[in-house]
Design a protein around this ligand. Structure first.
Ligand SMILES: CC(C)(COP(=O)(O)OP(=O)(O)OC[C@H]1O[C@@H](n2cnc3c(N)ncnc32)[C@H](O)[C@@H]1OP(=O)(O)O)[C@@H](O)C(=O)NCCC(=O)NCCS
Length: 163
């Protein structure tokens, strides 16, 4: 049996999300930590990976403009990393986005964050850019989307088509 075998992924309603704050504290620093905590409270969907009834990882998801999915934050508790838990969370997110007929899914990661680059690449995400996205959606549209996604300098935008 691998560590993944006992993982169950569940929805976490707003009133129960404070119990996940420690995973963010282990995973982010500075501005990202503050912003991830605020997002945890406000965002549409939070899914948690549960191991023996305890949360060990989470992903925050959002829909942009009806047909675009966005993976806001994904984090796994330090003691549970490198066992495929983030991959399970991302696969679960992509399944949900597919069921709700999203045409594409974005995520932004810090440049040189090897673990998260490897994670998203393993699920078929590839780097894209403002100019590439705006060719398809137009400048204004893309600018609004970037604002909503909160892509900041030092981050790379990743995209996966859901055809
Ligand atoms: C990024 C993070 C979520 C990965 O969680 P995880 O459960 O350890 O990842 P997984 O075990 O599911 O690994 C998924 C893939 O990434 C690769 N990977 C994971 N950690 C890695 C590391 N430290 N170095 C290189 N590759 C790594 C795995 O090999 C795997 O690829 P594969 O399926 O091709 O073998 C975790 O490191 C984390 O919480 N980091 C802090 C928060 C963060 O940076 N979040 C991402 C931006 S929002």
């Amino acid at each position: 049996m691998t560590a993944k075998d006992d993982i169950v992924i569940i929805d976490v309603p707003t009133r129960e999300r404070a119990s996940l704050g420690w995973i963010l504290e282990e995973s982010f620093e500075g501005w990202y930590l503050l912003h991830s905590k605020k997002t945890l409270r406000d965002i549409e969907v939070v899914r948690a990976a549960m191991s023996s009834g305890k949360p060990v990882g989470l992903v925050m998801l959002k829909t942009l403009e009806g047909s675009t999915g966005y993976v806001y934050y994904i984090a796994v508790a330090k003691a549970h990393r490198k066992r495929g838990i983030a991959k399970l969370l991302l696969e679960d997110a992509l399944r949900r986005f597919r069921v709700s007929r999203m045409k594409e899914v974005f995520a932004s990661v810090e440049k040189n964050n090897r673990p998260s680059e490897a994670l998203f690449a393993s699920e078929g995400f590839a780097p894209t850019s403002f100019s590439e996205v705006s060719k398809r959606r137009g400048n204004l549209h893309t600018l609004n989307m970037y604002r909503e996604m909160l892509v900041v300098p030092g981050e790379v935008l990743l995209r996966k088509a859901m055809a």
